[in-house]
Design a binder for this molecule. Sequence first.
Ligand SMILES: Nc1nc2c(c(=O)[nH]1)N[C@H]1C(S)=C(S)[C@@H](COP(=O)(O)OP(=O)(O)OC[C@H]3O[C@@H](n4cnc5c(=O)[nH]c(N)nc54)[C@H](O)[C@@H]3O)O[C@H]1N2
Ligand SMILES: Nc1nc2c(c(=O)[nH]1)N[C@H]1C(S)=C(S)[C@@H](COP(=O)(O)OP(=O)(O)OC[C@H]3O[C@@H](n4cnc5c(=O)[nH]c(N)nc54)[C@H](O)[C@@H]3O)O[C@H]1N2
Ligand code: SF4
Ligand SMILES: [Mo]
Length: 780
Amino acid sequence: MPRTALRICPLCEATCGLTLTIEGTAVTGARGDRDDVFSRGFICPKGAAFGGLDADPDRLRTPLVRRDGRLQEATWAEAYDAIADAVPALVQEHGAQSVGVVLGNPNVHTMAGALYPPLLLKALGTRNLFTASTLDQMPKHVSSGLLFGDPFAIAVPDLDRTDFLLLLGANPVESNGSLCTAPDFPGRLKALRARGGTLVVVDPRRTRTARLADRHLAPRPGSDALLLAALAHTLLDEKLTAPGVLAEQSEGLGELAAALGSFTPEAVAPACDLPAAEIRALARELAAAPTAAVYGRIGSCTVEHGTLASWLVDVLNILTGNLDRPGGVLFPLPAAGPRPRPAGPGKGFALGRWHSRVSGHPEVKSELPTAALAEEIETPGEGRIRALIAIAANPVLSAPDGRRLDAALAGLDFMVSIDPYLNETSRHAHVVLPPPPPSRSAHFDFAFNAFAIRDQVRYTRPAVPLEAGLMDECEIHARLVLAVSGMHGSAGPAAVDDLAVQATLAKETADPRSPLHGKDPAQLAGLLTGRSGPERRLDLMLRLGPYGDQFGLAVADEADTAPGAEAEADADAVPGAGERTAAAGTRAGAVVAGELSLERLLAHPHGIDLGPLRPRLPGVLRTRSGRIELLPDPIVAELPRLRASLADRPAALVLVGRRHLRSNNSWLHNVPALVGGSNRCTLQVHPQDADRLGLADGGRARITADGGSLDVPVEVTDTVRTGVVSLPHGWGHDRAGARLSVASAEPGANVNQLLDGTRLDPLSGTAVLNGFPVELTPLP
Ligand SMILES: Nc1nc2c(c(=O)[nH]1)N[C@H]1C(S)=C(S)[C@@H](COP(=O)(O)OP(=O)(O)OC[C@H]3O[C@@H](n4cnc5c(=O)[nH]c(N)nc54)[C@H](O)[C@@H]3O)O[C@H]1N2
Ligand SMILES: Nc1nc2c(c(=O)[nH]1)N[C@H]1C(S)=C(S)[C@@H](COP(=O)(O)OP(=O)(O)OC[C@H]3O[C@@H](n4cnc5c(=O)[nH]c(N)nc54)[C@H](O)[C@@H]3O)O[C@H]1N2
Ligand code: SF4
Ligand SMILES: [Mo]
């Protein structure tokens, strides 16, 4: 008899609730969970293919250990013995910096990836940390760090209530949204327009999102910072600013006009390749909207001036008074996050506290640019990376110059991959530790609830029990922490979780502002519930969090910042979502502020709605001044480079990426249901450029840039603007030694081979993956 089980989808940031059909131990179907308090039944083709992904025969089911140069199946004990033999000895001989850590994107989609890497880094003591963030959203962390003092204080568009959405460099109809967790993003954009709101999309391609818009601007790639600066300039120049209460909460407002003085619409128009009048008109519309949200993603981050663009997005939100107000952009209050703290000066955000060894790149958020990983492995000298731990990362395809990285990884003394696949990166490992299929894992969105457009909390336990021989990914991580610490023989994985719990409770009970100040940490730890170490840690975070029961010891003075109690009333304020909010209201009523715990959450399998986002300023500010620092020094120092770019002669042809709905970076090309059709690695070229260059649809072209050349199939389409070509990332599955039988049949080309890793947004160390110059020649 088939049964059903709930599972939050881990495949993109939308975090939809799925209902899986299970026969025996196989997932035979997946549909949207209609009762999910957030996703309300939404599902996309990736979620629907969950069963195919779960059962992929290429998934590793045992650890692999390199013996005599070859990766061979091994037991877990053998795998951890190999790690315990290698890593501590290397650290002993060459120091902590000789071990590098690479954390890839799926870490933000697993519980293990949220709970253990901080412990691993602490155990290793290395500063050689590289993550997908420097191929992605790091510019936003930097701008938030500088503006608000907290790199995680990222305000998200209030999608369901805004009157005007200006969306730059994002294609949520295919990506399903990023740094804006919103199941059914497409439906919410349609609802915005249906309620009379306006959607403006800025993208050099006429994407599926752009096709939903009232207005689509197709500027030259890489020019968003200029466009945004001109919008801000116009608001200031035409006295259209209305920051309201934000004026008192900000520093530097008065100096902004001078800082942006040269960026008139007329000055930026040639570089953006947009009419100045259109830029002016957009600024006036933005100012006139009752509420508005400016939102930028990949296309505005992974570019030359990514941090300036990210900063300017919030400058516009501030100048128009839309930061921290309903209908504008708001700071979420996630259930497993910290309790709101009282307003006041904080520690601030510092960049460049140390620098990378070879090129001297500044550290950002304790990370170094992933584009600089290869040189840190290759370049001799003290502090060279000799061993690497890669967790859920495939930088050979995701980062610039995969060929160079390939060679560098092949020269490592030791490498561990935690990865379900033997792929372009993990094939270099000495030990591969495979997590089980996703149906066997519990799920809680530690990362994405912090960027969600509604506060809500959901948890799903494993849908299928673990078979003998498989290991839960949390345990894989915990055992890795033990193995690198030399504690591998003397302690079990539970000890790692116990230590984490003890550390949190020790801090909490010592904090005079905590309701638990002075309590006995051991007694509190004894009150935690849950079947496993990670569940007990989740219980701890929920109970200490903003809606938590504080172990029943909460005191009343936090009540005004704990919002659950008001969720029901607030829910009515969400327009265009009548039924949804009525049901959500009932659920919110079931759990009120100050009662959340794992036990409470488990009683609500479809989640608990905690209401729409609410203003949180000045409480979120952690700057040294305790105010919004609108014009921070690193930004001021960076503006001349943007100004100088006005004089640059634009390249004749530049490349941008694209995402396909049925893709997920580099690792879903092995699921038959998700490949084929329009999900292909083609180079999109505008008909005029194709004519000029002698390219034909279906023909082939050689594309060349800093890092090398690729031969790719050409797709002639007017969905890209002139002067721009588009090639998706995550392809290039043609390397020997990988085990990807479906993906290798249609390998595609790795776009990142066109880069040599030297083009970076200097403030954030983020690789320039969009808007770099290329040359094209036809191939016979
Ligand atoms: N040119 C270009 N390059 C890009 C981008 C772009 O837009 N253009 N986008 C960039 C962005 S935004 C990102 S986030 C990066 C992503 O780049 P990476 O962080 O390298 O991520 P993926 O390519 O998604 O590879 C993820 C790896 O995790 C493994 N994996 C999958 N599920 C699990 C799991 O549950 N547990 C574990 N342990 N492993 C798992 C997969 O097999 C794969 O090896 O790529 C970046 N690269
Ligand atoms: N289906 C699917 N969904 C995904 C992923 C996936 O690989 N596939 N990856 C996930 C990940 S890791 C992330 S980070 C998110 C990303 O989510 P999004 O930010 O929505 O990413 P993209 O779909 O790549 O959209 C970026 C858009 O920017 C445009 N662009 C390129 N250069 C410029 C520029 O200079 N200026 C402007 N204004 N636009 C530009 C591109 O044409 C493209 O349409 O998606 C996530 N969701
Ligand atoms: S939109 Fe994202 S979270 Fe929702 S089903 Fe699709 S892949 Fe999963
Ligand atoms: Mo990403």
